[in-house]
Design a protein. Structure first.
Length: 121
């Protein structure tokens, strides 16, 4: 029966068939969005804490830190040690606006110390 649970599931599957085929044709695509949902979980859990970011500057600072931490995780870094590394190196940059100097501190930079990495390469 079309309105039964099985019928609803089959209808859903046929409606999503084109998207499923794209997934099957490109092995780089993930079948679900669990990874992205897990990455925003701390933000969702900390939502009430954001009430204390009562200024736009405070909210922007929180967003910047979350962005750095999640990008570090996505690049296989230990966020705490990566932040410590940044806080030690950034004040020592002669020109903080120099893109080349900043690129050496980026989470995907090969010049980061091994201690910042989750898995040494």
């Amino acid at each position: 029966m079309p309105k039964s649970l099985l019928g609803t599931a089959i209808t859903y599957c046929t409606n999503q068939w084109e998207k499923l085929n794209v997934f099957l044709q490109d092995g780089r695509l993930e079948i679900d969005n669990n990874r992205s949902e897990r990455s925003i979980k701390p933000v969702v859990i900390g939502r009430k804490n954001f009430l204390f970011s009562n200024t736009p500057r405070g909210a922007k600072a929180s967003a910047n830190i979350y962005s750095i931490v999640e990008t570090a995780k996505a690049n296989g870094l230990k966020p705490h040690l990566y932040l410590q590394y940044l806080f030690e190196r950034l004040p020592q940059l002669p020109n903080p606006a120099d893109p080349e100097a900043l690129s050496k501190l980026a989470p995907w930079s090969a010049s980061l110390p091994l201690i910042c990495r989750v898995y040494s390469k």
